[in-house]
Design a protein around this ligand. Structure first.
Ligand code: ASP
Ligand code: MG
Length: 418
């Protein structure tokens, strides 16, 4: 009997009517002969509200009590979902994270799953019961409730699918799949039927906010096929209407470029003429790491005399002030000046086909050049090319690149028909 995990995000369980609609989908999956485990988020907005309550009492609160509070939204929706299923004549029960148990480490607020004791749940599934897991929750080594970080019920779902050896994990959300780029910027953007874990990871970590990044890492590591689909369409997961995130080998037609992503609100910092000697980079980045500032693209360029070097890197715009004051107050290195620019965007083209095709970078640079868009920093990986540009050109760049790589709907249909 096929076994699937279906996860409903906050907008899909935002009120009782939506929970009932989601339950209808689960019932249809059961009737198709699937064993189903359901994972639910809290109702949309509820977790934010719970976080806010904690902050009202104290700006820095005991992380264990914070988790006790913010995990509670999922307890409500899991119970309601089980009730809705029972009303439809389907056997169902709710499971809290500690009941499974979802064993985590002790890092409250962003706990990592260590292992899942899925035996009892497997038994219940085999007995024809739908298991409804409260997402986001775990149990620490000292038996306290933990949470998996914001957006963490995606990770709950994928981890559960791995432990249950499920055939697929369907993530119902408010978009109907993963697109070649943001359809609000490019209306002709196309929904991808399939995408590799690696590409999804690049897109997820660069602002395609469909899945929590950790859930994609977990899916890749454990090879759990994940489908992203809309809970507002009539189709159910087994109809395969969404985008399937799967391993590269399962994708027949590899796109050279699958998508264009954009991360707004990036800032660039340049240290001019830093002494060029071993260990300097470490002294520059150590205080930033200690302050948990996430540093991204890093470029170092040695000056022509070889005695000094320029170091350029990017941080989130929200971290720029902290970064500048840490660097300016540091006595561990010397430099001529610290320059910064706080209104940049990082635009990236992503595609596994890039590994075996030349000329992808050339197309990108030519296209931006034609549009007179200046590139501040370039960074690449095996399946991605990113450029840092002025934020005011971000949308123009996305549109131009989307066209240059022929990603539009009509174009692609022609190619398929031809
Ligand atoms: N309810 C949690 C949050 O809002 C977890 C989730 O929805 O994935 O972050
Ligand atoms: Mg989410």
């Amino acid at each position: 009997m096929p076994r699937i995990v279906v996860k409903f995000g906050g907008t899909s369980v935002a009120d009782v009517a939506r929970i009932e609609r989601a339950a209808d989908k689960v019932v249809r999956e059961v009737k198709r002969g699937n064993q189903v485990a359901v994972v639910v988020s809290a109702m949309a907005g509820v977790t934010n509200q719970l976080v806010e309550y904690c902050h009202q009492i104290a700006p820095y609160q005991d992380a264990q009590e914070y988790d006790a509070v913010v995990s509670s939204g999922e307890q409500v929706t899991s119970g309601l979902m089980a009730l809705a299923l029972q009303k439809r004549g389907v056997k169902a029960r709710s499971w809290q994270g500690w009941q499974v148990p979802i064993r985590c480490d002790n890092s409250h607020g962003r706990a990592r799953i260590r292992d899942i004791g899925g035996e009892a749940m497997k038994e219940s599934l085999s007995g024809g019961e739908v298991a409804v897991l409260a997402g986001f929750q775990g149990l620490s080594k000292t038996n306290r409730i933990t949470t998996l970080g914001r957006g963490g019920s995606d990770t709950s779902a994928v981890a559960l699918a791995a432990v249950l050896a499920a055939d697929r994990c369907d993530i119902y959300t408010d978009v109907d799949g993963v697109y070649t780029t943001d359809p609000r910027v490019v209306p002709a953007a196309r929904k991808l039927p399939m995408i590799s874990y690696e590409e999804m990871l690049e897109m997820a970590s660069m602002g395609a906010k469909v899945l929590q990044v950790r859930s994609v890492e977990m899916a890749m590591k454990r090879d759990v096929p994940v489908q992203v689909l809309s809970s507002f369409d009539d189709a159910i997961g087994s109809d395969m209407p969404g985008t399937l995130v799967t391993k590269e080998g399962n994708i027949m037609e590899k796109e050279i470029v699958s998508g264009i992503t954009c991360q707004r609100n990036e800032a660039k910092v340049t240290l001019l003429n830093v002494q060029n000697k071993p260990g300097v980079a470490a002294t520059v980045f150590a205080p930033l790491a200690a302050a948990k500032v996430n540093v991204d693209m890093i470029v170092q360029n040695v000056g022509h005399d070889g005695k000094t070097t320029d170091i350029t890197f990017t941080v989130a715009k929200t971290d720029l002030q902290t970064t500048l004051s840490l660097l300016e107050n540091s006595t561990d290195f010397e430099c001529e000046a610290v320059l910064s620019n706080g209104s940049l965007a990082r635009v990236s083209v992503v595609g596994i086909g890039m590994k075996s095709h030349a000329g992808v970078a050339k197309t990108m640079f030519e296209t931006l050049g034609r549009h007179k868009i200046n590139i501040h920093v370039i960074a690449t990986s095996e399946i991605k090319i990113s450029v840092l540009i002025d934020d005011s050109y971000a949308e123009e760049a996305i549109r131009a690149l989307h066209e240059a790589y022929g990603l539009e709907k009509s174009n692609h249909d022609d190619k398929n028909n031809g």
